[in-house]
Design a protein around this ligand. Sequence first.
Ligand code: SF4
Length: 416
Amino acid sequence: MNSYIDKFTNSTKNTIYSKLPKKSQEFIKKKSFELKFTFSEIKQIVDIARDLDMWNEKTIIDIFSEHKQKKVVIARLKKSYNDLKTKPNSYENFELKNIAKEQKYNFKTQAKDGFGLGLCPVASEKTRCCNLLTLDAVESCGFDCSYCSIQSFYNQNTITFDSNFTDKLKNLNLDKNKTYHIGTGQASDSLMWGNREGVLDALFLFAKENPNVILEFKTKSDNISYFMKNDIPKNILCTWSLNTPTIIKNEEHLAASLDKRISAARDVADRGAKVGFHFHPIVEYENYLNEYENVYDRLLNEFNANEVVLISFGTLTFIKPVIKQLRDREFRSKITQMPFEDANGKSSYPNSTKVKMFKHAYENFKPWAKDVFFYLCMEEHEMWAKTFGYQYTTNNDFENAMLSAYTKKLNMKFLV
Ligand code: SF4
């Protein structure tokens, strides 16, 4: 008896057992003593209990079936859990919990080592990738999107600016005979901080002095005041990450609403700058295809193809640290309530689901198919042929096709 108490205490120590609702804790303890679960069984049961709570679904007590054989109990539990993962999610009765109502964080400005310009952090040869260069103008983001992997890289509550950023940018020595595509929206949101610490002054000057660089600002904000007051160099591209109102409300916390994002893009386009849109992640839930179609149609109605340089599609892809971090947070999200399949060492939807959502998206944009550059972000090579009917042989081919299309739309020279 005493030895199992020790075993149970040790088994729960490195799990999120203590973060479970009291009733679930007591229930798991009672069942563990009855059926003498092993450490790994206890870990699984605790993770299942945490997921059910996070998804705002039934509790571990509701789905636990009584049987005197441990093997049967575990098998039935896993089946009920997987059934909840494979059924289409519904946000109808979903209640959020512990979601920050306002942005709270500390700002830090310090001299940083290095410069934070490098290949896109999630690029890989296993996926068809555009070789985007990312520039970390600011570290950490003030929005709180539940699916975001940035949260596992940085301290969420501290936003860091590099006191030497402007000088480093000025001294950046790029090949003048080559076209570059540099994005600032990976380590943080490109526009939510405005021109704090002179970041936008430095980036606009950089664009003016490097006409061979396509500088992409990617955002979920509507903070465009700097773009409304300053001349926008033609090699600057503003892109918005869009999603359905359902996903924005339930999974993209503190970010601007869909209306605000689209009207900000409209205002920037009216200033003569080119825009673009990222649908990443497209999330599967009840009636999702219709809700995404409404967003696609809004763009077709509110913009013309000449104003739009790109549209990208992508979906949920999780690395283990992010799943662990989500379980550690005592909040609600349905973002991991999905049938996971391996996607090059990460977890994502089954390919059949991806083909369905990407084809649906691309077919909705048929009127723009010839005039706007469409691409898949972070997807396997074959997914391209299944979605677009063609695929690139190498990442360089993809990059060249993208840069050729972008420079044409931005009225720039394409330098290879
Ligand atoms: S396709 Fe996406 S993941 Fe790959 S390099 Fe480009 S932006 Fe990064």
